[in-house]
Design a binder for this molecule. Structure first.
Ligand code: ADP
Ligand code: MG
Length: 261
């Protein structure tokens, strides 16, 4: 059975895209069939996967969602790109911002992505959705389509407020639109291991949320190697296979795999 995981946090720059790409490719390296869906107008997942100019793509998630909205058929495999590291992905670009605005008047506007993924999910073990840094209608679509949410949190300051808002939104979607939805866990990212500050933050997060929400055992260290992958168009497993970031993403992959379907 396919598991659909939304990677969400309305704060930008916390490592959503990096986590989506490296968890996705990690799962593929473990033999799983993986699709990554970019639900972000910035197109940074497309860039991380080697597409230099996502705004020039002919077919993206936008066209596919438009077809679903207009009740048109989506061809099998339409818009899906195969990446050499063993995953499929659907990129997005700036046009997604326009689609978000026009969704307001659409029937079942929260369900568009779910309807699409329902049609293709049998072909995959995992679908990961890289969300945009907002809690707008595209992110709601991702939460409605997902079985669970992985929340990357940057260990740079205590983002209690933003995190509470996100958790509240997930709760609302769970009650009103998608009773399957659960929180897979909070993943601390960009952890600077040289400071006690990062340690304090991870302890605080465990204290405040640990009773109700799974906090992933491992965390992703701050490393220029991780930042470089975005420009390289490949995963950390190829860019710096022996480094600590690759090791931590392997560990995360193992935790996600162990979390029973
Ligand atoms: P988001 O999708 O939440 O906006 P990204 O994954 O795009 O976040 O990461 C934001 C920036 O931080 C990118 O430039 C990325 O290369 C960099 N980055 C991601 N993870 C790390 C890390 N562990 N250490 C250092 N830089 C990172
Ligand atoms: Mg991103």
């Amino acid at each position: 059975m396919c598991r659909i995981i939304a990677i969400a946090n309305q704060k930008g720059g916390v490592g959503k895209t990096t986590t989506c790409v490296n968890l996705g490719i990690g799962l593929a390296r473990a033999g799983e069939k993986v699709l990554l869906v970019e639900a972000d107008a910035q197109g940074s997942m497309a860039v991380s996967l080697g597409i230099q100019e996502p705004d020039e793509l002919d077919v993206t998630l936008v066209n596919i969602m438009e077809k679903i909205i207009n009740d048109e058929d989506v061809e099998p495999g339409e818009g899906i790109i195969h990446h050499e590291e063993g995953i499929d992905f659907i990129p997005a670009n700036i046009e997604l911002a326009g689609l978000e605005t026009s969704l307001v008047n659409v029937m079942c506007r929260e369900q568009v992505l779910r309807l699409y993924l329902d049609g293709i999910k049998d072909g995959y073990d995992y679908i990961l959705i890289d969300c945009m840094p907002s809690l707008g209608m595209i992110t709601i679509n991702a939460l409605v389509a997902a079985d669970s949410v992985l929340i990357p949190v940057e260990a740079a300051y205590l983002p209690v407020k933003g995190l509470q808002q996100l958790i509240k939104t997930i709760g609302k979607v769970h009650r009103r639109l998608n009773p399957r939805l659960s929180i897979l866990g909070i993943l601390l990212t960009k952890v600077d291991r040289r400071t006690n500050f990062a340690k304090d933050i991870s302890e605080q997060i465990r204290e405040v949320y640990g009773n109700n929400i799974h906090i992933f055992e491992n965390c992703i260290p701050m490393s220029v190697r991780a930042a470089e992958t975005t420009a390289e168009g490949k995963s950390i497993y190829l860019h710096d296979p022996k480094g600590i970031v690759a090791e931590e993403y392997r560990h995360l992959t193992g935790e996600v795999l162990a979390d029973e379907k």
